[in-house]
Design a protein around this ligand. Sequence first.
Ligand code: FES
Length: 183
Amino acid sequence: MSSDGNPIPDGEAGFSTPVGSRRTFMGWVTSGLASLIGLGLAIPLLGYMISPALKRRVRPWVDVGNIGDIPPGEPKQLDYVTTIQDGYVENRSHKAIWAVKHPDGQIKVFSPMCTHLGCGYRWEAEEKAFKCPCHGSVFDIDGHVLAGPAPRPLDLLPSKIENGRLLLVFKEFKSGTSQVVEL
Ligand code: FES
């Protein structure tokens, strides 16, 4: 009993919970739950929308021709059209690679870009070397650097032979570095 006749003793009146505070608390709980539910729905949706854009380029195996058309010991340039899936975008592009068939039947396929700064190079049959016209890099038939500023051998592309056909995966690499860095 308080001194003024109130049944609640002096000093305890301040500990009662105001009705407004309970309402505020329930409001926060409701808002928090709603936010959690919203977040739970938004994250998968966001992932679905942006995942194709984040995926690495999908590069398919491409048939570039009959292996019987590649003469042993003489590099041959092969042209083909490829489709590259880059996120949502599908790009078709024309490529020309160099294929070298060795006497044992093994075939190496080189990227058509010089490892110095990415120029196209060609095979000089008389000199038996690949030569780049831009800054004079020279490579042997196995792609090793013979001369010039090229910092590494010619880049090899993944390739395989199936039913007498040469298949490859076209890739691009960073030029100007001694390490092979795929783009
Ligand atoms: S790009 Fe081939 S030597 Fe420079």
